[in-house]
Write a protein that binds this ligand. Sequence first.
Ligand code: MF3
Ligand code: CO
Ligand code: CO
Length: 267
Amino acid sequence: MVLETFSQPQKNLGITLLSQRELDKMRRVGKLAANLLDYLESMVKPGISTQELNDRAARWMRDRGAIAATLGYAPPGHPPFTGSICTSINEVVCHGIPSRNQILQDGDIINIDVTPILDGYHGDTSRTFLVGNVSQQARKLVQVTEESMLRGIAEIKPGARVGDIGAAIQKYAEANGFSVVRELTGHGVGRKFHTKPEIPHFGRPGKGLKLRTGMVFTVEPMINQGTRHLKFLKDGWTVITRDRQLSAQFEHTVAVTETGFEILTVS
Ligand code: MF3
Ligand code: CO
Ligand code: CO
């Protein structure tokens, strides 16, 4: 007697394929994550601290029965993360830690990355926001980064390859004079925060793992204004550009469907 069509042990190269029931849960948490970014966007203004954004996000998630996957997150080699969100300003590439003495300034760009857990499932999404009046070059970086993510996602369908995603992102970013971060990738997501497969944001068409219906992963390119090279700070988390030029990032959680893809982190 089949009571559950859910959490099935169906695996492919160790990659979990989600059932319709699990996808429903991912849709729910994905929408929650996107709604949280909408809420935080309304507070992004010169003068607010990243701690205040963090605290508002923590309360917002708690009020909706969700918890922040980032709080206390401690993969091997990292101390526990102290934020309920990541806040990455200007030359910070990702994993910026919210802090009382970090105040948004006119002209900054800030990526806010949120990962609520609802009913056991993770929704992982981020956007880069403009703070007040931002230079033309920085605005172009942000626009190109979002478009590169969307072009990567547009490659997703059963039978396509992971390399198709990365190649589309890299081609568009580099054609616009920017560089693609290589050390950090998209990742499988579901009951776990970070799982297989890895999704590089660079690559060659037709290469890499073949996509299958039911795979769920993030696409989250980090695009730099200068060189692609990074510096990992001693706090164990913050990643900055080696040349201190700007970096932007956008992230969606996406499912591979029978006909193509479904973006799960939409508000
Ligand atoms: N949300 C990030 C990602 O896209 C991971 C943040 S982990 C943290 O994968 F500990 F830095 F919060
Ligand atoms: Co994220
Ligand atoms: Co992610």
